[in-house]
Design a protein around this ligand. Structure first.
Ligand SMILES: [Zn+2]
Ligand SMILES: [Zn+2]
Length: 217
């Protein structure tokens, strides 16, 4: 019997599974024997023989890869890369000159009603996905980085940072707040699949326009 990879496999998780397999073997857990029999030299071995045989991490990875139906660990790694590439988060601007890719799942999904977001997008509110700064990768085109005007008294929210706009068409793509430069916010509306990341909270709800609603949740 073989197993199938989870829908969005993580290589880290699979590496840990291989380490756990190695550990279970060291502890003499007979449950590992069926997987380890996928190693050619143990194919005919008894449980006792398998548990007393030496086992390396590389062999545990190989057995796990076979269990998942791959020829070897390298093939499994390649397949994980392909699956993740298919589900990669991508986005683009209005004119198509800017294209970007996001390497990791977002850490937050919000709708912001602040004055800065509103002004920068000329929209009543802006939906954002937030991620680690290094996760955002511009793959085509150029962002024009703009810092907002000095905030007027009472409207100081959302101006303390740098926003990235398509240098050609001006689509609002990114925001990096001065207080949290380790993160980047990316406009949900510029994603190829905005429905994938519905916002779960309102930011600066107290600033919302009177005719706007907050999220109905
Ligand atoms: Zn553009
Ligand atoms: Zn905002």
């Amino acid at each position: 019997m073989s197993s199938t990879l989870p829908l969005q496999p993580s290589l880290d998780h699979l590496k840990k599974q291989a380490k756990d397999l190695l550990k279970a073997h060291q502890l003499g857990d007979a449950a590992v024997c069926s997987t380890l029999r996928r190693l050619r030299h143990l194919a005919q071995a008894s449980d006792a023989e398998i548990l007393s045989a030496p086992l390396t991490l590389r062999q545990a990875q190989h057995a796990l890869a076979k269990e998942y139906g791959f020829t070897n660990w390298a093939d499994l790694k390649a397949a994980v890369g392909t699956v993740n590439a298919v589900t990669a988060i991508t986005g683009s601007c209005f004119c198509g000159s800017v294209r970007y890719q996001i390497e990791d799942p977002p850490t937050n999904v919000t709708v912001c009603h602040c004055t800065g977001c509103r002004r920068a997008s000329a929209a009543p509110a802006v939906a954002w996905i937030t991620m680690k700064a290094e996760s955002f990768r511009l793959v085509q085109g150029e962002l024009r980085m703009v810092r907002g005007r000095e905030a007027e008294p009472g409207t100081c929210d959302g101006f303390g940072g740098i926003r990235g706009f398509c240098a050609q068409c001006g689509t609002h793509i990114t925001f990096v707040g001065d207080a949290r430069t380790h993160e980047v916010d990316v406009t949900t509306g510029s994603l190829e699949d905005p429905d994938r990341f519905p916002p779960i909270e309102d930011c600066f709800a107290e600033k919302k326009l009177t005719w706007m609603n907050t999220l109905a949740r």
